[in-house]
Design a protein around this ligand. Structure first.
Ligand code: ADP
Length: 495
């Protein structure tokens, strides 16, 4: 077993902090890297050492392979954890680490290369006998037209190199097909430097269900159950949970078996996720994410494990632990810097006040602190609030409570939106599909009581008193902070 001593975390934000915490538990020294925009970020202070790697632009810092490898060499790190996003799924990065004799905490570069290409991954799935969404690799427009005529519209155009919900385009009718294919190929070439596209049947009402896997260098591969990530906005997950509500145990077993078959066929090692769409009694392979997922905490809470420690053990040449039997239910939501009332416009700012929820079964993975700056340079994930319960209703109740306690002022965010979704009867009744948001929450507006609460908290933060003449905007019968001002003091106890 390779005895690792020092881990460089090639990432930022909540995931860098998350990895640093586990690395310390695992007995490693840690090295953070940071761009000019992140010099004061929480992950920098949390690590034993930190190295500046470039300007704010990700292309010149967190995506600069040479700069990160140089930082690793300089600090004598013997391992690199890529986190998710940025370079995490780039085989060239894993190869560059290997070339520098640094252990890459992830699959081997050739495995990443094979699975990172959606078309190649589909082929591996087909060869392993795993069902894929009906579709074709296309070289020419007539072939796509023929496929669509047989499969029926709508169809979905995807980029072979796509990811993060980008590079996808739904085509509703034959008349749009030709221009959509051309535009998609152009966009893919511009965004991913690879213009290859393929076409799939666009499933009408699927659920997104994925399997967490762990593989070691000794040929052992295990699955740690499923996650349902159907609640998405523009094909981006916002709420994830485990187990998948209402999934029959037979279906669960079949999907897990398919994921393991595919992972074995690809000689997969380290942590990964095999994603599927499930519709009625059918399931279809979607893609493999060859890295740790944003939503990994729901699995950790149910299995009582630490997936980052597992990754480090595997990277050191150790064997995967046999997973414990899962219990209970866990739900995660992504708190993003965005304005849900204005088309989810990205928000920036300085955190003036932060109230972190607590209590049994509540976990908040975040790099936010009072004074933290949210810049426009990177994705807007402020943190993940995850709740565990003996069953789904308990986890859901805790998450509603936790979101009600949560307050982050100074940066517009979607916490109230998430709370309303998780408190809704549609979510309670698990009416889950990838169209959940379109069906039930496309017209969401923040409640007046919420605005009042924000004003009070902002006033406290700014050291202000209630502005003269400001009346409650909450409707009759609703609790508003303004209504309680007679026993409410901004400056400590009343004398
Ligand atoms: P990315 O790699 O960009 O995240 P995925 O292939 O993982 O793309 O798909 C992301 C989401 O897009 C899925 O969870 C699902 O909501 C939707 N999607 C993808 N393929 C299909 C399909 N064939 N039919 C319906 N929805 C799809």
């Amino acid at each position: 077993m390779a005895q690792l001593t020092k881990l460089l975390v090639a990432n930022r934000g909540e995931i860098a902090l998350r990895i640093i915490r586990s690395a310390r538990l695992f007995g490693l020294k840690t090295v953070a890297v940071y761009s000019a925009a992140d010099a004061k970020s929480a992950h920098v202070g949390a690590a034993d050492e930190a190295t500046a790697i470039g300007p704010a632009e990700a292309a010149k810092s967190y995506l600069d392979i040479a700069a990160i490898i140089a930082a690793a060499k300089k600090s004598r790190a013997d391992a690199i954890h890529p986190g998710y996003g940025f370079l995490s799924e780039r085989p060239e990065f894993a190869q560059a680490a290997a070339d520098a004799q640094i252990v890459f905490v992830g699959p081997r570069p050739e495995v990443m290369a094979a699975l990172g290409d959606k078309v190649a991954a589909r082929r591996i799935a087909v060869a392993a006998g795993v069902p894929v969404v009906p579709g074709i690799e296309i070289a020419e427009i007539p072939a796509a037209r023929e496929f669509a005529a047989v499969a029926g519209y709508p169809i979905l155009i995807k980029a072979a190199a796509g990811g993060g919900g980008r590079g996808m385009r739904v085509v509703a009718e034959a008349a749009q097909l030709e221009s959509a294919l051309e535009a998609a190929a152009r966009e893919a070439a511009a965004a991913f430097g690879d213009g290859r596209i393929f076409v799939e049947k666009y499933l009408a009402h699927p659920r997104h269900i994925e399997i967490q896997i762990l593989g070691d260098e000794h040929g052992n591969i295990v699955a740690l159950g499923e996650r349902d990530c159907s609640i998405q906005r523009r094909h981006q997950k916002i709420i994830e949970e485990s187990p998948a509500p209402g999934l029959s145990s037979a279906m669960r077993a079949t999907i897990i078996e398919a994921a393991l078959k595919l992972a074995s066929a690809a000689h997969y090692t380290n942590a990964g996720t095999v994603e599927f769409l499930v519709e009625d009694d059918n399931f279809y392979f979607l893609e493999v994410n060859a890295r740790l997922q944003v939503e990994h905490p729901v699995t950790e809470m149910r299995f009582g494990c630490d997936l980052v420690c597992e990754q480090l053990r595997i990277a050191s040449g150790g064997k995967v632990s046999e997973p414990a039997a899962p219990s209970g239910a866990a739900i995660e939501c992504r708190i993003n810097a965005e304005d849900p009332e204005h088309d989810f416009r990205p928000a920036t700012g300085t955190v003036l006040h932060l109230n972190v929820p607590g209590g049994p079964g509540v976990r908040f993975d975040s790099h936010m602190t009072r004074g933290a700056e949210v810049t426009p340079w990177y994705d807007g994930l402020l943190g993940k609030l995850v709740c565990y319960g003996a069953n789904r209703e308990e986890a859901r109740g805790r998450l509603v409570n936790a979101l009600s306690e949560f307050a982050l002022l100074g940066v517009t965010n979607n916490a109230a939106y998430l709370r309303d979704i998780i408190a809704s009867e549609q979510f309670r009744d698990a009416k889950l599909s990838t169209h959940f948001i379109d069906e039930f929450f496309s017209q969401w507006k923040i409640s007046a009581a919420e605005i009042d609460a924000a004003i009070v908290a902002a006033a406290i933060t700014a050291g202000d008193r209630q502005p003269e003449g400001v009346a409650s905007r909450a409707g009759a019968g609703r609790r508003s902070p303004w209504d309680g001002l007679n026993n409410f003091e901004l400056w400590g106890s009343r004398r």
